[in-house]
Write a new protein. Sequence first.
Length: 345
Amino acid sequence: MNQGCYALLLLSLTVPAPSQTPDHFTAERGVRDTIGRYFVAWQDGNRETLASLTSPASTRFSSGGTRLGNLFGRTTGDKRKIAHFIRHLEFLRPDVAVAVGLWRDTTPGALYSSGAFNYTLIREGPSWKLATVHETLNQPLPLLDTSAPAEPLKQDGDWEILFDGQSGGHWLTLVGARDLGQSWRVAEGCLISVPGSQGADLRSDREYRSFELRWEWMASARSNSGVKYRLFGADTIGFGPARYAAGWEYQMADDAGDPGARVDDRQKSGALYGVVPVSKPAARPAGEWNESRLLVTDDHVEHWLNGVITARYPVDFAFDSPVLLQHHASEVRYRNIRLRRIPPN
C-alpha cells in the first residue's frame, strides 16, 4: 500500500463520532497512524521505521503466548500483502491504548491466511508507540464442498440474482449447509432472520472481489443486522461448527430503537459498523422498506442508503470473499438481492 493511499485510509477511519472530544479524536488518529505505519513497515521490511514505531521495552508474543523478544528486527522477509482492520480501540489511560483487530494475508499461497491482533500502545512525547504485540491465528472460513455443484444463477443483464423471493439456494450456512434450519426462512417473497433462534450467518455460494451489491431490507422494532464483505475468517470460538464470520460490515438497524444506533453514529444504518459513522442518517423507520447499495472496488468502498452516500473509505488490499448476511437474534427482512461484478482496476 503506498503512503498516499495509507493517508486517505487513516483520515477516513478516524472520522469522529459526535460523542468524541477533539483530544480523543487526536489520540485515536495517532494510535491508528502508528498501527497503519507498523503494518506497512512490517510488510516492506523497513527495520528503521519499525524501530521508530516501537517502545525500547517492546515485547512480542506468539499465538500461543510465548515471549518472542522485541519488535526491532521483525520483518516478513518478503513483500507480502496483509490487510488489516482495527475493530476496537480503547484508552485505558490518556497515555495507554489497546487495539484489537484482524489481519489477513492476501498473498497467493500464504501458509497462514488470517488471524487477530491485540496491541498495547503507549504515548511517548507526541508519538504513540507499540509496547506489546500479540498476534494469533484465526479459524479460516470453512471451505465449501466443490464437488457439489452450485445452484445455477439467474441473470438480469450484468446482474446476478442472489435472491429472487422464492429460493434461498444461493445462501449457505458458514460451513456450507443448504438447510437454513430454524435461523432463517423464506416467506412473502423475503429472506427473513428468525428471532429467538440459534442464529447463524449466511454466506453467498460464490466469492467476489470487486462488485456492486443492491438489496432491499426492512427492520423490525429494535432489530439489528448487517451485510458483511471482505471476510477475514470465522468469528467467535465455539465447540461446534462455525456460525459467524468477521469482516467489514454495512450496518442495518432500527435506528430509533436499537440501543447502539441511538447513541453512536458508527452503529447507525449505512455506517461501516463500529468504524466509520454515517455522514447523514438516511434509514426509514422500522416497518418500512429501505434500498441499499454497496460498492466494493479494489481501492475503495461506498455505502449508499435510500439514495444517500452514508460512508466512503479506501482499502489497503482487495481479496476474494463471500458476501454474508448477519443473523443478530432479531427479525430483518431481505428481498431483491442482486450483484454485479466489477473488473479489477
